[in-house]
Design a protein around this ligand. Structure first.
Ligand SMILES: [Zn+2]
Length: 272
């Protein structure tokens, strides 16, 4: 991953952590809206689509809207531009290093070393990672986003799990969590599918997605272990935000151009 990507996320995490007393749902909504707004702008979306996210931003309390439309938004713009550049350069590359689990696991073994607990959140995307990291930072934890991320060119679980056979593992996402656990000498691993399920069930509108994703519960599940341990949090793919005649909606593995194409990336966050 090019260095700029990590540093934009770090800046956003710092800004989010300043408001760490707010519920994580609010931090998540703020982050999510900044990314969608930035994505729509770069994509050149219609006013109808832009109004949809503006209306969502209006549900955020006035004192925090400035951050959503200001610093967070500008960082999100830079992040998306850098990501586009990265994905474009990867499309032309013959060998997709960061799409190869062997390469990624070697990288993690080298850079992360060991952690106590591994979390694999099916479909967790950049807004979730930033808000979770921001909340942990506000609790005075050390948070690290690694400079490499897993690239999933098709944005679906199968692209990752299909590679598990070359590790003599069954092709289930749970096995990826266990593989990470083994390689990082963790005590155990947890796979959570909520975000993927909500994407498929409630992704047809942004506000129902935000309502049902259950960030507080997700954060509590992680924090239960993170309180006394170091944890690695990652996913198999993120999600995309699509703008078409149906309005804005969330999916993953979307094949055409769209405002947010985050299903192609899965970052690695360590809290210790
Ligand atoms: Zn899915």
């Amino acid at each position: 991953m090019i260095a700029n990507l990590t540093s934009e996320l770090e800046l956003m995490i710092k800004d989010v952590s300043m408001l760490g007393n707010l519920p994580i749902e609010t931090l998540h909504k703020m982050t999510f809206c900044s990314f969608v707004k930035a994505g729509l702008n770069i994509y050149g979306a219609s006013d109808k689509h832009k109004n949809e996210v503006e209306n969502l931003i209006k549900t955020i309390a006035v004192p925090y809207r400035g951050l959503v439309n200001g610093k967070l938004y500008r960082n999100a713009l830079r992040f998306i531009r850098n990501l586009d550049e990265l994905l474009h350069s990867y499309r032309q590359a013959v060998i997709l290093e960061e799409a190869n689990l062997h390469y990624i696991l070697d990288f993690l073994e080298d850079k992360v070393g060991r952690v106590d607990v591994v979390f694999v959140l099916d479909c967790a995307s950049i807004p979730e990672v930033v808000s979770i990291a921001g909340k942990f930072l506000s609790l005075n934890r050390k948070v690290t986003i690694f400079e490499k991320l897993f690239i999933n060119p098709v944005g679906i679980t199968r692209f990752l799990t299909g590679q598990l056979e070359s590790f003599n593992r069954e092709i289930y996402l749970k096995q990826y969590a266990q593989l990470l656990k083994d390689r990082l000498k963790a005590n155990f691993s947890v796979k959570i599918s909520t975000i993927d399920l909500v994407t498929h069930q409630y992704g047809f509108t942004l506000d129902s997605f935000l309502e049902f994703i259950g960030m507080q519960k997700l954060f509590n599940q992680i924090n239960h272990f993170a309180r006394q341990n170091s944890v690695l949090i990652t996913s198999d793919h993120g999600y995309d935000v699509v703008a078409d005649e149906h309005g804005l909606y969330i999916t993953h593995g979307y094949k055409k151009e769209c405002p947010l194409n985050f299903s192609k990336i899965a970052p690695f966050l360590v809290v210790d």
